[in-house]
Design a protein. Structure first.
Length: 320
């Protein structure tokens, strides 16, 4: 639900309890994220299922530009950057296929000179279309699941560095559409553990919102400086045999926590009014197998219905 749109008049000041440190996690500064108003809605790929909406460019990336790209849960953007690079370069698009509004597949390849810059053994260039790169995205009732696969079409091993730049600004749909708010909440430190990154936002309405990104295998995590699209950079390094392939999968979901009595009371009234939650297996897309370290209960929470602002997310930002 939009942070500034909860019933009860003026938003209650949150008690702002500190985000407690958890064993096994390290914390990175969240920094500042500029929210770019959506004004140019052309060339946007849209997936939607129940209260989740995914808006990306033709490469499958989420970048902070004037198109309002992102992963939205109802009327809140829970992921504002997810940009993929292979050996330091953006892959070239070959084909995108859909057929279902909650699932698609993007076929990509390497441009000329795509190689690992730190590898001194490989030749200075790698011929175009030496690699096949696919991105498969599926929206369930409460999570986005994406699988990236890199295939080596050459007759020699190739060193691959896969990079993913991530950020979550927790902007509401009105901010994305250009409405200025008198004040925002606080982006809290980013929690990092083996195979998982957690973004956290403490809203002015007394709610803490978290975005979880869990990976099928741990990657190296590097904080990014101000001015970059993302706040953290994850990287994986592989050697792919001739004719072989390597894959990586990640899942993104969010959760809200009421930190004030008013927020908790509003939540209880809204959940009672929404009625029972529909099982996503009843007419929805099939559930994907659970990923390592991701309890199923954490990805099963979903709203019973989308609000008017939620329905406007794809309609307003992705209809061009």
């Amino acid at each position: 639900m939009t942070e500034g749109a909860r019933p009860g008049g003026q938003p209650a000041a949150p008690s702002r309890p500190a985000l407690g440190a958890r064993p096994g996690f390290r914390y990175l500064p969240a920094g500042h994220i500029e929210i770019v108003p959506a004004s140019d809605l052309g060339n946007v790929m849209v997936l939607k299922h129940e209260g989740l909406y995914l808006l990306t460019d033709q490469f499958g990336d989420i970048r902070p530009d004037s198109r309002g790209l992102g992963l939205y849960r109802e009327d809140t953007r829970i992921l504002s950057c997810a940009a993929l690079r292979v050996n330091g370069h953006r892959p070239a698009v070959l084909q995108a296929t859909g057929g279902q509004n909650y699932r698609d597949r993007i076929q990509l390849t390497n441009p000329e000179l795509l190689r690992n810059p730190s590898d001194k053994i490989e030749p200075a260039s790698l011929k175009r279309q030496s690699l096949g790169i696919s991105r498969e995205r599926t929206l369930g009732s409460a999570a986005l699941q994406e699988r990236v696969r890199v295939m080596n079409y050459t007759e020699q091993p190739i060193s691959i560095e896969l990079e993913l730049e991530l950020a979550a600004d927790d902007a509401d749909i009105f901010e994305v559409r250009g409405y200025r708010r008198p004040g925002r909440g606080e982006l809290e430190p980013i929690a990092v553990a083996d195979g998982r990154v957690t973004f956290s936002y403490l809203g002015t309405d007394g709610w803490r919102r978290r975005t979880f990104v869990a990976f099928s295998e741990p990657g190296e995590v590097t904080p990014l400086e101000e001015g970059r699209d993302g706040r953290v950079l994850l990287s994986w390094r592989w050697t792919v045999a001739p004719g072989g392939d390597r894959g990586l999968e990640w899942r993104v979901w969010s959760r809200e926590e009421a930190l004030s009595e008013l927020a908790a009371a509003v939540s209880a009234r809204m959940e009672a009014a929404a009625g029972p939650i529909r099982d996503s297996t009843d007419g929805g897309p099939p559930r994907r197998p659970a990923m390592p370290g991701v309890p199923a209960a954490e990805t099963d929470r979903t709203a019973g219905s989308s609000s008017g602002a939620a329905g406007a997310t794809a309609g307003t930002l992705g209809s061009a």
